[in-house]
Design a protein around this ligand. Structure first.
Ligand SMILES: NC(=O)c1ccc[n+]([C@@H]2O[C@H](COP(=O)([O-])OP(=O)(O)OC[C@H]3O[C@@H](n4cnc5c(N)ncnc54)[C@H](O)[C@@H]3O)[C@@H](O)[C@H]2O)c1
Ligand SMILES: O=C(O)C(=O)C[C@]1(C(=O)O)C=C[C@@H](O)C=C1
Length: 357
């Protein structure tokens, strides 16, 4: 694709833009929020879409705004003739499709889409070009959809490193209620218990509670829009989870062999369900190697670490810090090109850093 337009330069829109820029596609960006647009431009995601549109329609326009804004933004883009083909990335599909039809959008050139990749963070600062690598990208064509439009959106997903799954919108929404929207609410319910947690409990927080609550950090406004647009299927999942939790609580209070067997049954069913999730721990594939470094909790340590990487001539592509409150050390994970990982580890060890593995 020669040129695409991204409307909505948040986490997903900017990530698509960065992925396509890496492949040499020209990207024109628009967002109603001037600061988001400016940051996306500074990150190298593309150039601002001129007020009066492009000189000729782009190959594709990606509408990357919250679910409730998809149909009106699509209608406006189509009226302005911004592109030949349009897609969106919203986490629900039936509602935007229905609203697009009601507003009189052209459904032949619009392919509803949803990349199953994201983050608990929002905005362009959290965007990354490799966000979609190895992930599934759902496409929900309708009867009216032009097959060439479908093919073009499939090309976009493939160019971003994802594999596509074509699925009817209603089926998509029921499926994501189970694998994405329900889990979000469950995570929020557990994380909400921590609001009143005391210092002892918080200092005992390990990886388990971090894993279970990571997605609870997501933007409540965006998530309310997602959940309310998929209310019935999400409520079905939550009722089943609630029934399991209620039964587990009752059996634990009751105690005794029989009751505890019922708790074991839930844990075993949990093992079986978890084992069915495809892929390596469901995690994002990355093209980078990760070098873990133990780092003392002292001012200036990170600066020294980055300086050592500079001396080794290694570019740090990404960095994350695992740090438990009150502990004197943390683990910094440096993401680097695979061929640079050994060189970096050797340089850091030579300078006295502890690099496990
Ligand atoms: N966050 C995730 O993990 C994730 C994953 C897959 C899909 N999605 C979907 O992607 C879409 C965007 O989510 P995000 O996480 O990138 O959100 P975000 O908040 O990071 O970005 C949304 C952007 O859309 C802009 N915007 C809102 N209304 C607009 C309008 N009318 N015109 C132009 N710009 C407008 C906002 O200013 C913002 O910059 C949502 O539909 C969401 O359901 C999110
Ligand atoms: O990894 C995360 O942080 C996400 O929440 C991503 C996630 C998901 O549930 O998998 C969340 C919502 C999107 O619609 C797609 C992906």
């Amino acid at each position: 694709m020669r040129r695409i337009i991204i409307i909505g330069t948040g986490l997903i829109g900017t990530s698509v833009a960065l992925a396509m820029r890496e492949r040499g596609t020209e990207v024109l960006l628009a967002d109603r929020d001037a600061a988001s647009l400016e940051l996306a431009v500074q990150l190298g995601a593309g150039t601002p879409l001129p007020e009066d549109g492009p000189d000729e329609p782009a190959d594709l326009a990606v509408v990357a705004v919250p679910p409730a804004a998809v149909a009106p933004v699509l209608l406006d883009a189509q009226k302005r003739g911004l592109a030949h083909v349009y897609t969106d990335v919203a986490s629900v599909k039936a509602m935007p499709l229905q609203e697009a039809a009601e507003l009189g959008c052209d459904l032949t050139s619009y392919v509803a889409g949803h990349p199953l990749a994201g983050s608990e963070r929002s905005g362009p600062a959290a965007a990354r070009a490799d966000l979609f690598l190895g992930r599934t990208w759902a496409l929900c064509p309708v009867e009216e959809t032009d097959s060439r439009a479908l093919e073009r959106v499939r090309q976009l997903a493939t160019a971003c490193g994802a594999r596509t799954l074509t699925v009817p919108a209603a089926e998509h929404d029921r499926a994501v209620a189970l694998v994405s929207h329900g889990p979000h609410v469950v995570s929020a319910a557990m994380a909400a218990r921590l609001r009143g947690a005391d210092d002892v409990a918080l200092s005992l927080a390990g990886q388990g509670v971090r894993d279970v609550t990571r997605i609870a950090a997501g933007d409540p406004r965006l998530w309310l829009g997602i959940l309310s647009a998929n209310a019935g299927p999400v409520a079905d999942v939550l009722e089943e989870v609630a029934a399991d939790l209620k039964a587990a609580a009752a059996h634990l209070r009751e105690g005794g062999e029989h009751a505890l067997e019922r708790v074991t049954d839930l844990l075993v069913r949990g093992n079986a369900g978890r084992a069915r999730i495809p892929g390596k721990h469901g995690g994002r594939q990355s093209r980078y190697a990760v070098v873990p470094v133990l780092i003392p909790d002292r001012p200036g340590e990170l600066a020294l670490l980055f300086q050592a990487a500079g001396v080794a001539g290694v570019n740090i592509e990404d960095v994350s810090i695992e740090h438990s409150p009150g502990l004197a050390v943390g683990v910094v994970e440096l993401s680097v090109e695979p061929e640079a990982a050994q060189r970096l580890a050797a340089e850091l060890r030579a300078r006295g850093w502890s690099v496990p593995g």
